[in-house]
Design a binder for this molecule. Structure first.
Ligand SMILES: [Zn+2]
Length: 512
């Protein structure tokens, strides 16, 4: 008899439905698996056979053929164990012919028959619901993640025995387990965040961070060691606007595939803030591998990618960021086609101005001219032109440390950021973008119009500061954000001059 069980797998960010067929017939006893399988899936045969045995079911000495279709999709991972076991048990008549009809099964088995957690549950259950599937049977450790999706019945199983219990008395099984759900409360971990009010002085830097977050602009802080640039960068999460429901789902799908969702927090609740180390590989950064998987830039989707000690990163790692910084997604091309992963992040980077950290203070800097040039040269012009805001972090003034002025808390800054973001959202309603940094060049004239005086100032600056078309547009976008932070419709000279000041650094360090 041939039995069929529905399952699914991930290919990049795409869900592929898979049919698991089992055929049991008389003949030499064997278990054979076919259907474009990776090594892990081929191993499933022995694992599943042992798991079934340890659940107390004797497999008769027969010829068992397992087929996973469609044959065009490569099957990977251990998540087919459960559907394979279910298909065998159905073909053997242990499970009724129609008992698992319309149920999607997914889960790994260990030798004892325990069902283990698998990645990708959230996107798979979402697709199953869209496809009209009524029920998903998933590992109970993934149950909360599956429950996020509305309009589909989720059955969490801990052991292969649970599948048998379910099919013999579905209603009773669900009744018993519903009680368990109720007992589980979704917790949203509110970790104590670092706060901007801990940092004395450095008002210029804090202002630049506020503008950057308000308009989603890429930011580079350059400064001497001990200028609190890293401390400031690490406080960015405390002023990020909250996630929309749509963004939460989108991010959570990526985290689900990477197996990074917490069991008690089935949806990501705060904007990602991915702090990198300069030893990160190209693949870990942008994604890739034989089976393309998302990288750090996709884990930072809708949030922030933080790179401290920017000049310490290998040049090829920085250069690979250029495309996603521009296009907000990454394409990974493989023989079987192109994978596209989202990467709608903005960059917060920090670096010293030279190896010793004190350039251009020639009394303190111990580096030679060529050492400084080499160090700064690690950041290429094309990379710099993708930075919207570049500021210098001066050493903390003695006065600032002593005075203990009261400064804005993160909550106060965040409120201003959110107000500016709301203005942007309303202005760009119906457009494909929601923040100023994402205004396409074709729309700049509409949304970033300067007044007469502003035009004059811009013309002068364009020549004097050696702006390119790309940096010219960036200045206008930043000026738009500064005006929005003030609640002003018209961009004035004062907004423009602040935006221009965020490019001066570039001029001073890299073009002199
Ligand atoms: Zn130096």
């Amino acid at each position: 008899m041939v039995s069929t069980v529905l399952s699914a797998t991930m290919d990049g960010l795409k869900v592929e439905f898979v049919r698991v067929e089992a055929d049991v017939s008389n003949g030499l006893p064997l278990l054979h698996m076919v259907g474009y399988l990776s090594a892990e899936v081929k191993d499933a045969g022995e694992r599943v056979r042992t798991a079934i045995g340890n659940t107390g079911i004797r497999i008769p000495p027969k010829r068992i053929i397992i087929n996973l279709s469609p044959a065009t999709v490569k099957k990977r991972g251990a998540s087919f164990d459960l559907p394979i076991a279910a298909a065998i048990l159905t073909a053997l008549g242990v499970i009724g012919e129609d008992a698992l009809k319309d149920i999607l099964l997914i889960g790994e088995l260990n030798l004892e028959g325990k069902v283990l957690k698998v990645p990708g549950i959230l996107p798979i259950v979402m697709e199953a619901q869209k496809k009209g599937c009524q029920t998903c049977m998933i590992p109970s450790e993934n149950e909360m993640e599956g429950q996020v999706v509305q309009g589909i019945n989720i059955i969490g199983v801990k052991h292969l025995q649970d599948v048998l219990d379910y099919v013999s008395h579905p209603a009773e099984f669900q009744k018993q387990h519903r009680g368990i759900h109720r007992a589980v409360r979704i917790k949203y971990g509110k970790e104590k965040q670092l706060d901007f009010c801990d940092i004395q002085g450095q008002e210029m830097l804090k202002r630049a961070v506020e503008v950057a977050v308000a308009g989603q602009h890429n930011l580079l802080l350059v400064g001497t060691p001990g200028s609190s640039k890293t401390m400031i960068a690490k406080r960015v999460p405390s002023i990020l606007p909250p996630l929309t429901e749509e963004e939460r789902i989108e991010i959570s799908k990526i985290y689900s595939i990477m197996g990074l969702l917490k069991e008690d927090e089935p949806l990501v609740s705060t904007r990602p803030f991915r702090e990198l180390h300069h030893t990160v590989t190209k693949t870990a950064l942008v994604g890739g591998g034989m089976i393309p998987r998302p990288g750090e830039i996709s884990l930072a989707h809708c949030g922030v990618l933080m790179m401290d000690e920017l000049a310490e990163y290998p040049k090829n790692v920085l250069e690979v960021l250029r495309q996603p910084l521009e296009e907000h997604e990454i394409q990974i091309v493989r023989v079987r086609g192109a994978y596209v992963f989202p990467a709608e992040f903005f960059l917060v980077a920090a670096m010293n101005p030279c190896p010793c950290g004190y350039y251009p203070d020639m009394e303190k800097c111990r580096c030679t001219k060529s050492e400084v040039d080499h160090y700064l040269g690690k950041i290429s012009q094309p990379f710099l032109s993708r930075i919207d805001i570049c500021v210098e972090a001066p050493r903390v003034a003695y006065q600032d440390l002593k005075e203990q002025k009261t400064c804005d808390s993160s909550a106060a800054i965040r409120e201003r950021v959110c107000a500016a973001r709301n203005i942007q959202k309303a202005r760009y309603q119906g457009k494909a973008f929601t923040t100023n940094s994402r205004i396409p060049e074709s729309d700049i004239q509409t949304f970033c119009r300067l007044d007469e005086e502003g035009e004059k100032m811009m013309k002068l600056a364009y020549e004097k500061m050696n702006l390119t078309a790309r940096t010219y547009y960036k200045v206008l976008r930043v000026a738009r954000t500064i005006a929005d932070l003030e609640g002003k419709t018209q961009i004035r000279c004062i907004h423009l001059s602040e935006a221009l000041s965020y490019r001066e650094m570039n001029h001073k360090y890299w073009e002199s």
